[in-house]
Design a binder for this molecule. Structure first.
Ligand code: B12
Length: 240
């Protein structure tokens, strides 16, 4: 199978249930991150980033809840993502794939994949970091986490992980730049401050007028602490 055919098959399988896929090379990612985060594959190895759009909740998650009894499940969203990743891998019986979810940590408790950097090099979502606001307006002691912004959904999406096609090389792939939807320094500062200091009010997600955002039900779900989500799961399972 060619890399183009693989990408096409992934798209066909899952874009109708609210996921988006962006292909890139392992080397582009390794060029950016420190050695301790490197993925141990050749430069041209094909890798696909998976993200969920606002549609995933209704099109993948709720149907998943109806199909399974979620009793004793640690995090139903993570389980649902694991299910879909597994299903994707099963479409490629003869191809070796390593999948890494956004929530997986290595033995040093470091994330196995930095999805924001992956999203940037794959051209999926611009990763705004402290270094993107120059001169730096914050005190040296202040920790400022970076945030990715999608051109259609602003902050109303989540990265779900990557699929690494271990033996598929994609030397001809051309790199796409991510869309810079927050070009002004003033707005970048505002974005990083909203993400770091007011992330609970969701406002960083609306840094510009987005095409689609989470439904009220989805906001209620993600706004509730995982340990308190069981009644919401039950309600959705009963279709109330
Ligand atoms: C650990 C973690 C946290 C920790 C620490 C935060 C942090 N960023 O370190 C805590 C618990 C605080 C946290 C909180 C939240 N998090 Co969090 N978190 C993560 C997680 C699992 C790992 C982040 C991490 O440790 N990074 C390590 C550091 C070192 O990476 P880094 O700063 O990006 O540095 C790298 C880059 O700078 C790169 N690099 C260097 N030069 C260049 C140049 C360029 C151009 C590029 C592109 C890269 C690059 O190299 C560095 C590494 O060597 C990610 C998921 C993941 N697997 O990535 C989610 C993630 C960052 N969190 C996310 C979210 C939404 C949140 C919360 C809002 C809570 C929530 N889940 O709803 C809060 C808000 C943050 C806050 N204000 O506190 C989202 C962000 C989505 C987005 N739009 O960007 C992520 C991506 C999860 C996801 N699945 O989508 N989080």
């Amino acid at each position: 199978m060619t890399p183009e055919e693989i990408y096409e098959k992934v798209q066909q399988n899952l874009s109708q249930v609210g996921f988006e896929f962006h292909v890139f090379k392992v080397g582009w990612y390794n060029d950016k991150v420190k050695p301790e985060f490197h993925l141990n594959y050749e430069y041209d190895t094909m890798i696909i980033l998976v993200l969920s759009t606002p549609d995933m909740f209704d099109k993948a998650f709720k149907p998943y809840l109806l199909r399974t009894d979620c009793l004793g499940v640690r995090d139903p969203i993570d389980e649902c993502m694991t299910f879909h990743f597994k299903q994707m891998k099963e479409c490629f019986q003869d191809i070796e794939i390593e999948s890494i979810h956004d929530f997986e940590m290595d033995h040093n408790r470091r994330p196995k994949i930095l999805v924001q950097t992956a999203g940037h090099v794959a051209g999926a979502a611009y990763y705004y970091q402290r270094s993107d606001v120059d001169p730096d307006p914050w005190s040296k002691e202040q920790k400022i986490f970076g945030v990715s912004i999608h051109p259609k959904y602003g902050g109303w999406f989540a990265f779900r992980g990557v699929l690494i096609f271990k033996n598929i090389m994609y030397p001809d792939l051309e790199q796409k730049k991510p869309v810079d939807s927050v070009p002004s320094l003033e707005l970048r500062k505002e974005l990083l401050e909203r993400f770091n200091f007011h992330w609970q009010d969701w406002s960083f997600r609306d840094i510009f007028l987005v095409e689609k955002k989470y439904s009220e039900e989805q906001k209620e779900y993600f706004g509730t602490e995982p340990k308190n989500r069981a009644p919401l799961v039950e309600r959705m399972r009963k279709g109330i």
